[in-house]
Write a protein that binds this ligand. Structure first.
Ligand SMILES: Cc1cc2nc3c(=O)[nH]c(=O)nc-3n(C[C@H](O)[C@H](O)[C@H](O)COP(=O)(O)OP(=O)(O)OC[C@H]3O[C@@H](n4cnc5c(N)ncnc54)[C@H](O)[C@@H]3O)c2cc1C
Length: 482
């Protein structure tokens, strides 16, 4: 069976087809702690190759999972069937207000091209240059600037993708499919997270008219279609920016103060705890527990005045030169790296509760919940993230072999997140870590809508099965050995 699918692919695909062990090993992992060994890897040369791959997979009853750069943190791009690596579909065309990109283009490549024209694409995951646009679209990624500019879903005009039948579709242009999707969206609003960003489930609330049907594909983790290209909104690079670094001697105080700071319309409002501080060469006060990174990219002097009138922490840096700002941003963007550096491999608990968000006024409460979990399960934590969106990344430190404890922590934390109108994932997606919690997050009615949409676009469940819609528990299965 395996041989004949391999032979069929090899005879039909213009790009590359692999099933050598080192290829299967390479594509069995990403930046999460999971491992799933695929059967075959296809590196398509063009969209026809993707169409053929899906049709062949359907015929041979196997799955197709699309992969960008593999920097995802929850195993969303891992699966057992065929992996499609989009790296060769990487065209870019820049217009005045939009860029049309092949989904395999790396963010760093796009940023350079845009910069040469004085433009930028606002979503900015801390992984920086290394992720692909396809992965950002797949996860509905965001980053520090999302307090002002929103997530990927808020910055895209059009998507061209191939569905689970191997049909190429452009939304919102394709009125027939768009209408079908739009008509099937029924929402139980009470169960929708009330957060400023969200990457769990399908983005039902973003599809408010026939003109926005493409948004259902964004954040769908390759389960509804393989995105070939996207038309992105681009903006002029702001002429001036100012960055304030503010120290606090209590994380609760920083969280409380953030509720006032957000009203001054910053372009970033970020949080790092003591673990990141340890890695910055600066003479911090001994009592400093955390920092906020607050940037403005317009109305600079008015914003500075407003900020100074409301902050309860101490400004330790006011920066306006590009190189100084970049140096401090490097520390914020390295928070995950610093966390890995400081924890022994066997104590690194997989990313599971690393990406929840709650409405900002619930942030102090969530810090209390985390403190309670710390005491109850005798774990340690490193915390950083996009506090302006109520989105904090939590790295747990304890025995990673204690999978029962990991699952219990996730259940307890997600219950609190959902009760507080939050989302279990604000930017990294559901993947293998959280898909089993999607039904609980959204309730029966919204979950049924997810299933209807999946049925329209991928009736045979060929595309990335087991993600977002699943009955299986995968949270502590297939963990990489260490
Ligand atoms: C150090 C570090 C920092 C990070 N910081 C952030 C952050 O600040 N904000 C943030 O949002 N994320 C962050 N991430 C997570 C991750 O890097 C991003 O979500 C990134 O956008 C994923 O891109 P990728 O190309 O690596 O995707 P992959 O990991 O390859 O795939 C991610 C998902 O997208 C799907 N996908 C990929 N290509 C396509 C396509 N063409 N069509 C449809 N679906 C597709 C995949 O199937 C998978 O479900 C971070 C990760 C690391 C390691």
């Amino acid at each position: 069976m395996k041989k004949s699918i391999l032979k069929t692919l090899e005879s039909k695909i213009k790009g590359e087809v692999h099933n050598e062990k080192y290829f299967r090993d390479f594509y069995s992992v990403d930046s999460s702690s999971y491992q799933l060994i695929p059967q075959i890897i296809v590196i398509p040369a063009d969209k026809e190759d993707i169409i053929k791959t899906i049709k062949i997979a359907k015929k041979f009853k196997t799955s197709v999972t699309v992969r960008g750069a593999g920097t995802g943190l929850v195993g969303s791009a891992l699966n057992n069937g065929i992996i499609v690596d989009m790296k060769k579909i990487n065209s870019v065309k820049i217009n005045k207000k939009s860029a049309i990109v092949g989904s395999g283009i790396l963010k760093g490549h796009l940023d350079k091209e845009l910069q040469n024209k004085g433009k930028f694409f606002p979503p900015n995951p801390s992984i920086g240059n290394f992720c692909s646009l396809g992965g950002m679209l797949g996860n509905n990624s965001s980053g520090s600037r999302s307090v002002k500019y929103g997530s990927t879903v808020d910055n895209v005009k059009e998507i061209t993708f191939i569905d689970g039948n191997g049909k190429i579709i452009t939304l919102p242009k394709n009125k027939k499919i768009g209408e079908k999707i739009f008509q099937n969206i029924t929402i139980d609003d009470k169960k929708i997270p009330k957060t400023s960003k969200n990457s769990s489930g399908y983005q039902l609330k973003k599809v408010t008219s026939n003109k926005e049907t493409h948004k259902i594909i964004i954040g769908s983790e390759g389960t509804l279609g393989i995105i070939v290209s996207a038309k992105l909104n681009i903006l002029d690079i702001p002429k001036k920016k100012i960055l304030f670094i503010i120290e606090y001697n209590s994380i609760f105080e920083a969280a409380k103060n953030s509720q006032k700071i957000i009203k001054t319309s910053p372009s970033t409002l970020e949080f790092v705890d003591k673990n990141t501080l340890k890695n910055i060469k600066f003479d911090f006060d001994k009592s400093t527990k955390c920092l906020l990174f607050i940037e403005y990219d317009e109305n600079i002097s008015k914003s500075e005045k407003e900020l100074k009138s409301i902050i309860s922490g101490k400004i330790i840096q006011k920066l306006n030169s590009v190189s100084d700002m970049e140096a401090w941003w490097r520390h914020r963007d390295s928070s995950l790296h610093y966390s890995l550096k400081s924890i022994k491999r066997e104590l690194r608990i997989p990313h599971i509760i690393e990406d929840a968000a709650v409405p900002l006024d619930k942030m102090p409460k969530m810090f209390s919940v985390l403190k309670k979990i710390e005491r109850k399960y005798k774990v340690k934590m490193i915390i950083y993230g996009h506090i302006g969106n109520g989105n904090i990344h939590v790295r747990l430190i304890s025995n990673r072999k204690n999978t029962k404890m990991i699952k219990n922590i996730a259940i307890e934390y997600f219950n609190e997140v959902i009760t507080n109108k939050g989302t279990i994932s604000a930017e990294h997606g559901d993947g293998l870590a959280r898909s089993e919690f999607v039904r609980k997050q959204y309730g029966q009615k919204n979950y049924q809508t997810f299933k209807k949409i999946k049925k329209i676009l991928d009736p045979n469940n060929v595309l990335n099965p087991g993600k977002i819609i699943t009955k299986k528990s995968t949270i502590v299965k297939n963990l990489e050995k260490c």
